[in-house]
Design a protein around this ligand. Structure first.
Ligand code: M6R
Length: 606
């Protein structure tokens, strides 16, 4: 949450900062701001709301300078006003910050007693005053930054500029990511490599506790103990063009339509064209693993829940699953030799990273399913099996989810084959079915107008229920999450078998109920639930195959037909109408699909 960028260069820096912030806007869009050094003095422009407001302001009030910092905010401490927008500054320093300073109240009290006057409600402003206080005591910028950073508790990534020091930018990370970009005669800092993609492809990732002096032609990196250290420079494959929307109106729609391609790309690294698994060598033996634990947040946790069904059904391997924010504090006992699978698109989710560290402390081997290869989660894991979804910019996760499913199914098959829980024939059948998924998703996408028609009705609802069983139950929760986050309609996902234990009381003629009911071994059970809702006047929307729709026998408000496929791969296929339904409902309601209110793509604070 919050995106930061810093540039120490020789070209006018304002447009470059704004461009970098545009690539980070997915991290937060409550306010934005930049600060530069002009004639040795700090000057800044800030604006409430989305980045466009700042860009407009800069047209009327341009900001010169060749060195500066920028920020796009997801508010934690203090309302999303201009006064609380970053950079926060004194006459000596300006700071941008991603994270939360937990001891800011004590520090603020201490500094106020010394006469510092605060202009915002933020925790970040404390950093600016603290460093300034040490500068006033005669310390150099490097000394003042180093000592101040040690006094901060909590999580942060920061970029700092100093009045009178035209060639010094300082960055630091603890708990929040920070990338260092190497250019020719200019250097960069950014929350991720994507922000820096048009500027450089040479990126080093700061380690936990690192801080860095960034000059125009070099960087000096210090570890948490102030020792000078080297960090490897990676050549990233990201290009500035990768984040365009192309012909699509929104990133989310583009990303939904990319699914056939990126699922294909992901599968090509895990299976051969003739349906043989080619998984990387695991740093453990599936045969002796007593239990798998799967952890994630939001959509990633729902992908993990599907993974649990696969591991248990195919590999006969017990799985515990939890959302990371609960798991990290639960103090769960974990068995010797256990494996923890951490699922995350960004690889930076604070709760997921903390849960990973807990599992590590319990002696678990860590397997990461992440979309950002150099992310904190990837680097903290024993093995990474990546999703090759490419940058996902829309806040609502779509292609990351289906590629996570593809990887989790291949992992479950790998475990099943090693443990002898599956016949070679059955394994081949499932992989063959996986290979058909991209084409089948294309068929669903071609029929999107059916979903569009339905979305107009759903947009008028106050609440929506989603029901599914077995492998489709996690998708009911995912469908409800998608709808909530971008259309602001209240929705719940339930296992269909639980309906009679409470939610059926909600059914009336105003309540749309979306059933995910393929013609599988559980079809008849779910079809009975469909009847029960229809009998009470509920608006049944049935997502099924043609046979399931024909055999249902109940009065349907609407139906969406999905191709028939092997039961094992259905979660990948049924995800698509669910995503389209959320998308077109949001369009009908006129909400901001890619930047829904209050949300941010990457949740790097607790
Ligand atoms: O980057 P991660 O996969 O770790 O993010 C986890 C959740 O924050 C994320 O899936 C969130 O729930 C999405 N907005 C859902 O669409």
């Amino acid at each position: 949450m919050c995106g930061i960028v810093g540039i120490n260069g020789s070209r006018p820096v304002s447009p470059l900062l704004v461009d970098g912030l545009r690539r980070l806007e997915y991290r937060g869009y409550d306010s934005a701001g930049i600060a530069t050094l002009v004639g040795g003095q700090i000057d800044a422009r800030r604006a409430e709301g989305k980045l466009d407001r700042l860009a407009e302001k800069l047209v009327g009030e341009p900001l010169s300078g060749t060195m500066g910092i920028g920020h796009t905010r997801w508010a934690t401490h203090g309302k999303p006003t201009e006064a609380n927008a970053h950079p926060h500054r004194t006459d000596k320093v300006a700071v941008v910050h991603n994270g939360i300073i937990e001891n800011y109240r004590e520090l603020r009290n201490e500094l106020e007693k010394k006469g510092c006057v605060f202009a915002s409600e933020t925790d970040t402003e404390t950093i600016a005053h603290l460093i300034s206080d040490y500068l006033r005591q005669g310390m150099s910028p490097q000394e003042a930054a180093a000592i101040s950073l040690k006094r901060l508790e909590g999580a942060f990534a920061v970029a700092i500029i100093f009045a009178g020091h035209e060639d010094l930018l300082i960055g630091a990370r603890r708990g929040s990511p920070l990338a260092l970009g190497y250019g020719d005669g200019e250097m960069f800092l950014g929350s991720d490599a994507l922000a820096l993609a048009p500027l450089t492809n040479r990126i080093a990732y700061l380690e936990e506790g690192d801080w860095v002096e960034v000059y125009k032609d070099k960087a000096i990196i210090h570890d948490a103990g102030d020792k000078i250290v080297e960090r490897k420079i990676h050549i990233t494959a990201l290009s500035g063009a990768m984040i365009g929307k192309g012909q699509y109106r929104h990133f989310m729609l583009k990303e939904i339509f990319e699914q056939p391609a990126v699922i294909g790309d992901t599968l090509s690294t895990l299976v051969t064209p003739d349906d043989i698994l080619t998984m990387p060598q695991m740093p453990f033996d599936w045969k002796t693993v007593p239990r798998v634990t799967i952890i994630g947040c939001g959509t990633a946790s729902y992908a993990g829940l599907v993974g649990k069904y696969w591991f248990e059904q195919l590999a006969r391997l017990p799985v515990e699953i939890d959302i990371a924010s609960e798991f990290r504090y639960r103090e769960a006992p974990m068995p010797a030799g256990g494996v923890t699978i951490v699922v995350s698109q960004s690889g930076e989710t604070a709760d997921t990273l903390a849960a990973l560290n807990y599992a590590k402390s319990q002696g678990q081997k860590i397997l990461a399913v992440v979309n950002v290869p150099q992310s904190s989660i990837a680097r903290a894991s024993d093995i990474v099996v990546p999703t090759l979804a490419g940058p996902e910019i829309g806040v609502a996760s779509t292609k990351a989810y289906t590629t996570q499913l593809a990887v989790l199914l291949c992992l479950a098959l790998d475990a099943a084959q090693t443990r002898g829980g599956i016949t070679p024939q059955r394994s081949k059948e499932i992989i063959h079915a996986l290979h058909q998924i991209p084409a089948q998703i294309n068929a669903v996408l071609r029929d999107e107008h059916h979903v569009q028609e339905l979305a107009h009705h759903i947009s008028e609802a106050r609440d929506v229920l989603y029901m599914g069983r077995g492998l489709l139950f996690p998708l009911a929760m995912e469908g409800a999450l998608k709808l909530k986050e971008i259309s602001y309609i209240h929705a719940e996902g339930y296992p269909a078998g639980e309906m009679k234990h409470g939610p059926i009381a909600l059914i009336d003629e105003n309540m749309p109920v979306v059933f995910l009911a393929p013609s599988d071994n559980l079809y008849e059970k779910t079809a009975s639930n469909v009847q029960e809702v229809a009998a009470r006047g509920g608006k049944v929307i049935l997502i099924s195959d043609k046979m399931g729709i024909a055999n249902c026998g109940a009065k349907l408000f609407h139906s969406i037909a999905v191709p028939t496929a092997d039961n094992a791969v259905l979660p990948l296929l049924y995800a698509v109408p669910i995503q389209l339904l959320a998308y077109y409902t949001a369009i009908a309601k006129g909400t901001d699909v890619d930047m829904p209110r209050n949300l941010a793509k990457s949740v790097t604070v607790e």
